[in-house]
Design a protein around this ligand. Structure first.
Ligand code: UTP
Length: 294
């Protein structure tokens, strides 16, 4: 078994403007839009908690203060729930609360790209490997995606990228990885291409928003090189890091919902509603009726 440093910290970049989801995201951060009854970002924090991560670094921007409030206590609300005997609701709030001191918030100041947002977390992360979770992507599965990634990391070390499989005809819309030899619970990555030209993708394995990265990524990001869309891209920095360090892919066995897009968000709501015994019967019946009419 490879000797690896434990993954203790997760970086959650929440400073983007969410332009694909306007007008909803004008005043409300897209990460706070709810899937059934939880904000999208809470699903992601819970996935990281389940993987044994114990510090959450949020890279925020103006307009995002409500995310900080969501992961804090709310004394008036809690007192009221207590005095009304609403113990189930109180427990729901307690269970989701990170421990005191287990969250950090830093500001990106200007949304110069995901790579830039990650770089803003450099001092808080320090010289240790960390998890990066895109907080608008939620992963539905029996075993949490990050838990599976941490297990693979403990075996092979280096850098890990989670991948899903897309329709090969749609590979040009994603960041795609090339598949090399199998390793225990994953495979080696031979190349990474962001939005390959149609018909040129090396596989249909797309990067679905979860990474374990070595701290060497920060030095590369500090060069502030611009890529696609004139933004500082994390994929460009990973490509450079891959010249010096191994990358393995974790094939995620579940559904990925991009809640930063309207269709992904709606599908996530339907899927999670159908998982819930309290609302499934009504939702399922009504969906069948609507589809029958469509
Ligand atoms: P996206 O590209 O999906 O977010 O980035 P966006 O730019 O907000 O979305 P659109 O395209 O305008 O609708 C993925 C994640 O990275 C964060 C976003 O908040 C999102 O959670 N991000 C993106 C930053 O923190 N800073 C950035 O400069 C860009």
């Amino acid at each position: 078994m490879t000797m690896t440093k434990k993954i203790r910290k997760a970086v959650l970049p929440v400073a983007g403007l969410g332009t694909r989801f306007l007008p909803a995201t004008k005043a409300v951060p897209k990460e706070m839009l709810t899937v059934v009854d939880k904000p999208v970002v809470q699903y992601v924090v819970e996935e990281a908690m389940d993987a044994g991560i114990d510090h959450f670094v949020f890279v925020t921007g103006r307009n995002k203060g409500v995310i900080e409030d969501h992961f804090d206590i709310q004394p008036e609300l809690e007192d009221t729930l207590r005095s009304r005997g609403k113990t189930a609701e109180l427990k729901t709030l307690e269970d989701m609360l990170p421990a005191a001191g287990a969250t950090s918030f830093t500001r990106q100041q200007a949304p110069l790209g995901l790579g830039h947002a990650v770089w803003c977390a450099r001092d808080i992360v320090g010289d240790e490997p960390f998890a990066l979770l895109l907080p608008d992507m939620i992963m539905r599965a029996e075993t949490g995606c990050m838990s599976g990634m941490v297990k693979l990391y403990e075996k092979v070390g280096g850098n890990i990228v989670s991948v899903g499989q897309c329709d090969p005809d749609l590979a040009h819309k994603y960041g795609i990885v090339g598949k090399g030899e199998d390793v225990d619970g994953g495979f080696r990555i031979t190349e990474m291409v962001e939005k390959p030209e149609k018909g040129t993708a090396p596989s249909n394995y797309f990067m679905n928003g979860r990474y374990i990265l070595q701290p060497g990524i920060f030095e590369i990001l500090s060069r502030h090189e611009r890529g696609a869309g004139n933004e500082i891209q994390v994929t460009d920095a990973m490509l450079k890091l891959a010249d010096a360090q191994p990358f393995a892919a974790y094939p995620f066995d579940g559904e990925t919902y991009d809640c930063g897009s309207k269709d992904g968000f709606i599908l996530a709501n339907v899927a999670y509603a159908l998982d819930r015994s309290d609302i499934k019967p009504l939702v399922a019946d009504e969906l069948k009726r609507l589809i029958g009419r469509a």
